[in-house]
Design a protein around this ligand. Structure first.
Ligand code: SAM
Length: 249
């Protein structure tokens, strides 16, 4: 059996009792970074053979892990933080394991995007997780432009060095008034949520001396349905008239 085990995104107490039980019982732990996850296992008093499975070796390692699974071994996959496969390695392994008829079972737990959304106060009935935006400005702005008319709440992961650039690109491409919420250092000592119009969130982050430190989830309220046609250039005169009429006293 291949277990996909979620691990904490900051607070060690967030590892579930079942996660601990599974990590204690498996034959092998496959980890994105064996030193990093080794420290977690040590903290739990668990000693297991570990195998590294990261973005650069996943394809090569999958066959040997599959071999062990097919020989009847139980394997747990963990990433450095949160849920494996969510902007983390594991996709090739899970896909191949399923194709080979191996049972794959999740041990759910922390995930930065879900934790952030659950506390942000933005609509969660429909959301689009985009992962990391391109590192270069032109690429980042192109993706934001593509998403400008998306009505679902948008969720991104972002690194501390790019957070200010990303928020300023959101303001420029999607409008200074677009509602933005940033979840920083979630579950950690300096957990902070910044929320408001894009321009205000940018200002708050710039003013906070710790503003660009730590890990971030960026959430953007979706485009208003009534505005979508107008923003995408499909000018619908009846709809425009309706919008204008609604503004009249
Ligand atoms: N698999 C992880 C998950 O389930 O959330 C995400 C891994 S991804 C490589 C790491 C990114 O997740 C960080 O750059 C940051 O954007 C986000 N992240 C992880 N932990 C976080 C935290 N405690 N607070 C805010 N964002 C976090």
């Amino acid at each position: 059996m291949l277990y996909i085990v979620a691990t904490p995104i900051g607070n060690l107490e967030d590892l579930s009792p079942r996660g601990v039980k599974v990590l204690s019982s498996v034959d092998v732990v496959a980890a994105e970074d064996t030193r990093h996850s080794g420290r977690l296992l040590e903290h739990l008093g668990i000693s297991k053979p570990m195998i590294a499975l990261h973005d650069h070796n996943e394809r090569d390692r999958v066959q040997s892990i599959l071999g062990q699974l097919q020989d009847g071994a139980d394997v747990a996959l963990v990433s450095d933080a949160g849920t494996p496969l969510i902007s983390d390695p594991g996709y090739v392994l899970v896909r191949e394991a399923r194709a080979a008829g191996v049972q794959v079972s999740p041990v759910p737990g922390p995930c930065a995007l879900v934790a952030a959304l659950s506390a942000a106060g933005l609509p969660t009935d429909r959301f689009l997780f985009v992962g990391f935006l391109p590192a270069k400005r032109a690429g980042r702005r192109a993706v934001l432009d593509e998403l400008r008319t998306e009505v679902a709440t948008l969720v991104f992961y972002e690194s501390p060095h790019r957070i200010l650039h990303t928020v300023s690109d959101i303001a420029e491409v999607m409008g200074v008034q677009r509602e933005v919420v940033l979840g920083r250092e979630i579950t950690k000592t300096f957990e902070t949520f910044y929320s408001g119009e894009a321009a205000d969130v940018h200002a708050a982050l710039t003013e906070d001396p710790h503003g660009s430190r730590g890990e971030f989830v960026v959430m953007v309220k979706g485009a208003k349905k009534a505005e979508v046609g107008l923003m995408s250039g499909e000018l619908d005169v009846d709809r425009l008239l309706g919008l204008l009429m609604a503004e009249l006293p």
